[in-house]
Design a binder for this molecule. Sequence first.
Ligand SMILES: [Mg+2]
Ligand SMILES: [Zn+2]
Length: 185
Amino acid sequence: MQKMAKKCVFLDRDGVLIEDVGYLKNPENIIIMENSFGALRTLKDAGFLLIIVTNQAGVSKGLLSVEEVGKVNKKLLSIYELNGIHIDDLYFCPHHKDGTVEPYNISCSCRKPETGMVDRGIEKFDIDVKNSFMVGDKDSDILLAKNSGMKSFYIKNDMYEHDKNIIPDYTVSSLKEAAEIISSL
Ligand SMILES: [Mg+2]
Ligand SMILES: [Zn+2]
């Protein structure tokens, strides 16, 4: 039998799974989006891998450490695991070309909308990118989806400016709404 490539939902972290509080250092300060539990279960039940891809340029700016980002990520994954939701992987980009902290102050190929993090997931899990999705709350998430050849879900918000010329495949009010659409396609 031919092995089927897997489909995946790539998820932004801040503003999608947890409140975007900016440069989150302390796992105790994670505010998880309550509707994310049901949404992620819906996606898992529909057969999707779940991979988190998050820009954390605060590392390059000296505002938080790689270790602090790692602790927050580990805590987030453990909260989901305790609720029966396995996140298949998580990648973060600590870089920014205008950063001050070496070796992170570089222009990299993993900072969204560049595709490095998604490429890593595709390679590791043999992902069928054309049948995969990106859910995020910034233009860089929409552009990442376009650059990778995925469909994009943009979660409407007032926190970040949205360029009307950058058009997502779907505009939704929450991850829950995105999950309902994805699972019905
Ligand atoms: Mg975000
Ligand atoms: Zn990077």
